[in-house]
Design a protein around this ligand. Structure first.
Ligand code: COA
Length: 152
């Protein structure tokens, strides 16, 4: 059975799991600092989503809802999503998990922005993302121009 995309609770266990990912960095460290400061173990909602195999977190992304898109996006849409830190652990790549996370984001049916890492441009092109403007490293997906794409 296909594992589901889950919202990741920000607790010390998740923080420990994040250290397996290459893109682990400042953002997680500041969340950890906040956790240590407040000593709250179990926030109910976080911007992180992921996929578990058994009890191992094997894929994750950070998904933010933004509301300042009108000046930025081609279709005057105010609300959009931003994907950060999409990453699948090396031994779990090429099994459709990256696609599953991107499809989860697409299922909200609002525009999506992301920044491609050096070697991931072809992946994003396959996902239907195009540069926001000429020579821009920011990539864009619009539900209205991609209505025929299957969301599964
Ligand atoms: N270049 C070109 N195509 C790629 C690709 C790449 N680097 N990675 C995957 N694809 C293709 C697959 O072949 C597949 O196409 P198909 O359906 O025609 O066979 C499709 O994209 C979906 O692949 P999937 O198995 O869902 O991708 P994945 O789970 O391996 O995840 C990444 C892809 C890029 C997220 C993963 O390789 C990764 O974590 N890389 C390191 C971090 C990174 O570059 N993140 C990018 C966002 S910043």
């Amino acid at each position: 059975m296909k594992a589901a995309v889950e919202n990741l609770k920000l607790n010390f266990k998740t923080m420990e799991e994040f250290t397996s990912f290459k893109e682990y960095g400042l953002e997680e460290l500041s969340m950890l600092e906040e956790l240590q400061y407040t000593m709250v173990e179990d926030h109910s909602h976080s911007p992180f989503y992921g996929i578990y195999f058994g009890d191992q977190l094997v894929a994750r992304m950070c998904l933010y809802v933004k509301t300042n898109g009108a000046d930025l996006l081609p279709n005057d849409s105010d609300r959009y999503l931003e994907i950060w830190k999409l990453e699948v652990l090396p031994q779990y790549q090429h099994r459709g998990l990256g696609l599953q996370l991107v499809n989860f984001a697409k299922s909200f049916e609002i525009p999506i922005l992301t920044k491609a890492r050096v070697k991931s441009h072809d992946f994003w092109r396959k996902m239907g993302f195009t540069p926001l403007s000429e020579n821009s490293s920011r990539l864009y997906w619009d539900p209205h121009t991609n209505q025929k794409q299957k969301i599964s």
